[in-house]
Design a protein. Structure first.
Lengths: 305, 335, 307
C-alpha cells in the first residue's frame, strides 16, 4: 500500500501521459484534459501546503523563543492579515449596489429642439465616470453631459483597485434630463482594496528589491572573482564584454560593428553551444522521465523509515 | 484624472522605506533588513494561499463538484482530484499517515514526466535536429524576385519598405543594392535606416543582391561554425570515450564554443540584473507614476529620510551590539 | 619584512565600495541621461513585423476581419523593468489595429499586475490623439467582453499550458476572471484552443513561460508566437527563434527599448536602456580592473619566487 500502489499510479498515469500524444481519439483527449486539471489542482494545493508548512515551522520557533523569534511574529501576523483581508467579506453584507437614476419631471424644450438629452452625474471627487465612451473626473458637484437620445451607458469607478465599478444603462429621449448618483463600493478578497494595497506597497517593492540586490553582487563578483586564468575563461570574459557593449545603446555609439558582433555571438557560438546543451538535457529528461514512469526511480516517494 | 488617495501616498512611502530596508543588506545583515524580509515572506504566504485557493481550487474543485459547473459527468472524476488533495494535506493533521501523501505525489511526478517526454522530444530534440540538419548554404535574397516576407526580414527593412520595394521593382527592376535603397518612393527616414544597415559581413549587402543564385560567404561560414559548434559541444558532453587525440581536440573546440555561449549568457545576465536595480531607482524616484502623483509622493525626499533613519538605526544597533559584547567580555574577565 | 604589494591590498578591497559605485552608476544617469537612441535588433524587428502583419479593422468589426491575439502575461514585480515596457508598446501596437485581445497568466505573482495593466492600458487609451512625442495612430479605450477578455490566472506549469493548447475553455473552467461565462462572450466564438488565435504574445519572466509554451504547445501545434523575455533567458530562447519556433524575441530592457522605438512611443524601456550604458561600463571596468590586479599580483609572486 505504502509504496506499491504509488508505483502503479505512477506507471499508469505516466504511460497515459506519453501515449495520449499519439492517440487522436476525442475521448482520450478529454480524459487527458481532465488529468491536466488534476495536475493544476495539485500544483495549487502544493503551494497552499507549503504556506501552511511555513506557518507550522514558524510557530514552534516563536514558542521556544529562538533567535530572531520577534521577526517570526511579524511573519505570522502579516500572513494572518493577508489571509483575513483576502476573504470576500463584502459578500456578507447587502447585495451589490447600482447607481440611482432620477429623471426630471418635465422635458427641456431647448434640448429637445436640438435633438439632445442631458445626463447629470453627481459623484465624489475621487470617482471617475464614463458616459458614452468619454471619461471625466467627478467634482462633488453636478456635471452635465449632453448625449444623443437612446440607451446610454454610465459607468462609475475609482482609479485605484479594490472598488466595484457601477454601471447604469439610462434610456433617454430627446429633451429628457436624468441625474445619476453613485458611489463604487469597496470590496474585499483577492481583488479587494486592502489586499491589492498590501500587494502594491509591501509585496511588490520587497520582491523587486530582493532581486535588485543582485545587480550589486554581480558588480562585486565581476571585480573579485572573474579572472581570465586560462584561454576558456578569457573567451568567456571577452564574449561577456562584447555582449554587454553590443546590446546597450552605448555600443552602437562606440562602433557600428559592436551590435552586429553581439548579435553574431548570440546567433552562432551561443546558439550552437546552447543547442547542444538543450539536446543533452532533453535526452537526460527523457531518460529520467522513463525511469520515473517505469518505477526505477523512486526517490520522490521517500523512504519507509 | 482624480487625485491619488492619501492612503496610497502613505503606501508609496512604506514601499520606499521597505526598499531602503532591503538595500541596507548591502551594508550588512541588520534588523531593518530582517524586518523587511520577514514581512515580505509573511505577506507572500498569505497572498499565495488566497490566490491559489481563489483562482485554482475554488473553480476547479468547489465549483465543479459542489456547484455542478463541470462539463457533463466529469465532476465524478474531479472527486478523485479532491481525494488526492485531501491525501496531500493528511500529513499536516496526522503525521503517522503521511505516507498517503505519496499517492498524489506519484501522480504528479509521473504525469509531468510523461508530458515532458513528448514535449522535449519534439521541441528540444526533433526541431533542433531538423534545423541543424538543414541547408548550410546561405543564398542572398534577390531584390527583384523575392516575396514580401523575405524583403521584410532584411536588415534595415520593414513591412512598408518591403511593399515599396515591390512596387518600385515592378516599375523598373533594380540594378544594384545601391539602386534599390535610393528609390524615390522611400522616405528619408527609411533610406537612413537602410543606409545604417549596410555591411558586407552581416549587413544588407551580405543578405541581399540583385540577380539569382548569389551566396552570402560569411553566412555560409557562420552556418558551418554553428554546426561545428553544435557537434563539438556534443562531443564534449560524450564522456564514454576518452577525450584524447582528435576527439580531445574537437572536445576542446566544443569547450571554447560553450565558453563563448556562457560569456554571452553572463553579459546578458549582468544587463538583466542592472535592469532590476534601474527599476527600483525608477520607482523610488517616482518615474513610474503620473507626474501629478509623483509631486504628491515626493519619492526622493522620502528616500533620503528613510536612508537617514535606517542609517541612524543601524548605527545605534551596532553601538548597542559593541556595548553588549564589551559587557560580556568584561564579565568573563571578572569571573 | 617586505611591504604588502598593492595588488594584495586591492584583492582584499571592501566590496561595499563597489556597491556604492554601482548605486551611483544607476542613480546619476537618471538625472543626467546620455540620450543615446535605442536601435532594435533583428529579433525585436521580427517580433514587430509579426504584429504589423496582422490585419487592421474598425472598432466595431469582429473576427475574422479583426485579428484575435492571446497575450500571456507571466511576470512578477521584479521583472517589470525589463518587460513591462515591451508589454505597453505591443499593446499599443495591437490596439492600433483594433485586434481583439485575450489575456491570461500562469504566474501567481501576476494577477494584481495584470489587473493594473488592464486598467491603465486596455480600459484607457495609452496614446490618445495629441499625445506629446507620439506621431503614430491614436488608440482607444477597449470594452470588456467586446474588445478584450481577461481569463485570469491558472497554475499548473507545463500541464496547464498544454491544456490551453487543447481545451482553453476547460482550462479556465468556462469562465472569465470576472465570472462571466465564456460562451456568453461573442468575441470568443470559435475559440477553443490556442491555435484559434492569429498570434500569441508571451510576456515571459521565467518558468513557466515562453520555453514551456514552445515545448508543450507551440511546436506541436505550429503556433505563431512572439515572446519578450528577461535578458537572463535570452540565450535559452534564442535557439527557438533561430529554428522558427518563436517568430520574434524581444530580449530584456534593450529589446523593449527597441520595440518602443519601432512603435514610435519611447517610454521606460528607452529611458532605462540609457541608464544601462553606465551600469555596463562599471561592470566591464570591474572585470578589467580585477584582472589587472590579479595578473599584477601573480607576476609579483612569480618574481618573488624566482629572485
Amino acid at each position: 500500500m505504502k509504496k506499491t500502489v504509488p508505483l502503479f499510479i505512477g506507471i499508469a498515469f505516466g504511460c497515459f501521459a506519453v501515449a495520449e500524444f499519439y492517440i487522436p481519439h476525442h475521448h482520450v483527449g478529454a480524459l487527458s484534459n481532465e488529468f491536466r486539471q488534476w495536475a493544476a489542482i495539485l500544483a495549487a494545493s502544493a503551494f497552499i501546503l507549503g504556506g501552511v508548512n511555513i506557518l507550522q515551522v514558524t510557530w514552534p520557533q516563536i514558542r521556544r523563543r529562538e533567535p530572531d523569534w520577534r521577526y517570526k511574529v511579524v511573519l505570522l501576523v502579516s500572513a494572518a492579515i493577508m489571509l483575513l483581508v483576502g476573504l470576500p467579506w463584502h459578500k456578507l453584507g447587502s447585495p451589490a449596489k447600482t447607481p440611482t437614476v432620477e429623471r426630471a419631471a418635465t422635458a427641456d424644450a431647448e434640448l429637445a429642439a436640438r435633438g439632445k438629452a442631458a445626463i447629470t452625474v453627481v459623484v465624489d471627487d475621487d470617482v471617475t465616470f464614463m458616459i458614452a465612451g468619454k471619461s471625466a473626473a467627478g467634482t462633488g458637484r453636478p456635471v452635465v453631459t449632453e448625449v444623443d437620445p437612446g440607451e446610454v451607458e454610465v459607468k462609475l469607478s475609482r482609479r485605484v483597485a479594490g472598488y466595484r465599478p457601477l454601471t447604469a444603462k439610462v434610456t433617454v429621449a430627446a429633451g429628457e434630463r436624468a441625474t445619476v448618483h453613485g458611489d463604487p463600493p469597496m470590496i474585499w478578497g483577492r481583488d479587494g482594496r486592502v489586499f491589492v494595497w498590501i500587494y502594491d506597497h509591501i509585496f511588490s517593492p520587497a520582491n523587486a528589491t530582493m532581486f535588485a540586490l543582485l545587480a550589486f553582487f554581480v558588480a562585486s563578483a565581476a571585480f573579485r572573482a572573474f579572472r581570465a586564468r586560462n584561454v576558456e575563461a578569457a573567451l568567456l570574459l571577452a564574449a561577456a564584454i562584447f555582449m554587454m557593449l553590443g546590446r546597450a545603446p552605448l555600443g552602437r555609439a562606440i562602433s557600428d560593428v559592436l551590435p552586429d558582433v553581439a548579435q553574431w555571438l548570440l546567433d552562432v557560438p551561443s546558439n550552437g553551444g546552447r543547442r547542444a546543451i538543450m539536446m543533452g538535457a532533453a535526452i537526460g529528461a527523457i531518460a529520467t522521465g522513463l525511469r520515473v514512469i517505469l518505477g526505477i526511480e523512486r526517490s520522490h516517494l521517500g523512504s519507509d523509515s | 484624472m482624480t487625485a491619488l488617495p492619501w492612503v496610497d501616498i502613505v503606501g508609496y512611502w512604506i514601499g520606499i522605506f521597505l526598499t531602503i530596508c532591503c538595500l541596507s543588506f548591502l551594508y550588512k545583515d541588520n534588523p531593518f533588513y530582517k524586518l523587511a524580509e520577514h514581512l515580505f515572506i509573511g505577506v507572500s504566504v498569505g497572498y499565495l494561499i488566497v490566490l491559489q485557493y481563489g483562482d485554482n481550487i475554488e473553480p476547479k474543485v468547489v465549483g465543479a463538484v459542489f456547484r455542478g459547473e463541470a462539463d457533463g459527468g466529469w465532476w465524478v472524476l474531479r472527486l478523485v482530484a479532491l481525494v488526492l488533495v485531501l491525501m496531500m494535506f493528511v500529513k499536516v493533521v496526522v503525521p503517522r499517515w503521511s505516507w498517503l501523501g505519496r499517492y498524489p505525489l506519484a501522480f504528479v511526478v509521473a504525469f509531468y514526466a510523461g508530458l515532458q517526454i513528448n514535449a522535449v522530444a519534439q521541441a528540444e530534440l526533433g526541431a533542433q535536429i531538423k534545423f541543424s540538419a538543414g541547408n548550410i548554404d546561405a543564398v542572398k535574397v534577390d531584390l527583384n524576385t523575392a516575396p514580401v516576407d523575405a524583403l521584410i526580414a532584411l536588415p534595415g527593412s520593414s513591412g512598408l519598405v518591403a511593399t515599396k520595394l515591390v512596387a518600385e521593382r515592378a516599375q523598373r527592376p533594380f540594378v544594384s543594392v545601391d539602386d534599390a535603397v535610393t528609390r524615390p518612393s522611400l522616405t528619408d527616414l527609411e533610406r537612413a535606416d537602410l543606409a545604417g544597415a549596410r555591411g558586407n559581413l552581416i549587413g544588407l549587402d551580405a543578405k541581399a543582391a540583385v540577380g539569382p543564385g548569389q551566396h552570402d560567404a560569411f553566412g555560409i561560414v557562420s552556418n558551418l561554425l554553428l554546426l561545428a559548434g553544435l557537434l563539438s559541444s556534443l562531443v564534449y558532453f560524450y564522456f564514454s570515450i576518452a577525450h584524447r587525440g582528435v576527439i580531445g581536440g574537437v572536445s576542446r573546440f566544443g569547450v571554447w564554443v560553450l565558453m563563448i555561449g556562457f560569456g554571452a549568457s553572463f553579459g546578458l545576465t549582468v544587463q538583466g540584473r542592472i535592469s532590476l536595480a534601474i527599476g527600483r531607482a525608477y520607482d523610488v524616484l517616482g518615474r513610474t507614476v503620473d507626474p501629478a502623483d509623483a509631486d504628491r509622493i515626493h519619492g526622493p525626499v522620502v528616500a533620503v529620510v528613510s536612508i537617514a533613519l535606517i542609517a541612524a538605526g543601524i548605527a545605534l544597533w551596532e553601538r548597542r551590539a559593541r556595548r553588549d559584547a564589551g559587557d560580556q567580555a568584561g564579565s568573563r574577565g571578572q569571573s | 619584512m617586505s611591504a604588502e604589494h598593492w595588488s594584495a591590498k586591492l584583492q582584499r578591497f571592501d566590496r561595499r565600495w563597489i556597491f556604492l559605485v554601482m548605486a551611483v552608476a544607476v542613480v546619476v544617469p537618471l538625472f543626467v541621461p546620455l540620450g543615446l537612441p535605442a536601435r532594435p535588433d533583428p529579433m525585436t524587428k521580427a517580433a514587430f513585423n509579426a504584429v504589423e502583419a496582422l490585419p487592421s479593422c474598425g472598432p466595431d468589426d469582429v473576427p475574422p476581419k479583426c485579428a484575435r491575439v492571446f497575450v500571456s502575461i507571466d511576470l512578477d514585480p521584479a521583472s517589470t523593468p525589463e518587460i513591462e515596457p515591451f508589454y505597453r508598446a505591443v499593446v499599443l501596437h495591437l490596439k492600433r489595429k483594433n485586434a481583439k485581445l485575450v489575456f491570461a497568466t500562469t504566474w501567481y505573482q501576476a494577477p494584481p499586475l495584470v489587473d493594473r495593466y488592464l486598467r491603465e492600458t486596455i480600459e484607457a487609451a495609452i496614446a490618445p490623439a495629441g499625445t506629446d512625442g507620439y506621431d503614430g495612430a491614436a488608440d482607444r479605450p477597449y470594452r470588456k467582453g467586446i474588445d478584450y477578455v481577461n481569463l485570469g490566472f491558472r497554475d499548473g506549469k507545463g500541464a496547464i499550458i498544454q491544456a490551453f493548447g487543447s481545451d482553453l475553455r476547460g482550462a479556465f473552467d468556462h469562465r472569465a476572471d470576472d465570472g462571466t461565462r465564456l460562451d456568453r462572450i461573442a468575441m470568443l466564438d470559435g475559440v477553443n484552443k490556442l491555435s484559434d488565435f492569429d498570434l500569441i504574445v508571451l510576456v515571459s519572466a521565467g518558468n513557466p513561460g515562453a520555453k514551456e509554451y514552445v515545448q508543450y504547445v507551440g511546436t506541436r501545434n505550429k503556433l505563431p508566437m512572439i515572446a519578450a523575455c528577461t535578458a537572463v533567458s535570452t540565450t535559452d530562447l534564442a535557439p527557438y527563434y533561430q529554428t522558427g519556433q518563436l517568430i520574434g524575441l524581444v530580449a530584456g530592457m534593450a529589446g523593449s527599448a527597441g520595440y518602443e522605438t519601432l512603435v514610435g512611443k519611447p517610454g521606460a524601456g528607452t529611458a532605462g536602456a540609457d541608464v544601462l550604458n553606465i551600469g555596463n561600463l562599471v561592470v566591464i571596468a570591474a572585470i578589467v580592473f580585477g584582472n589587472v590586479v590579479f595578473f599584477a599580483g601573480r607576476r609579483y609572486q612569480r618574481r618573488g619566487r624566482t629572485s
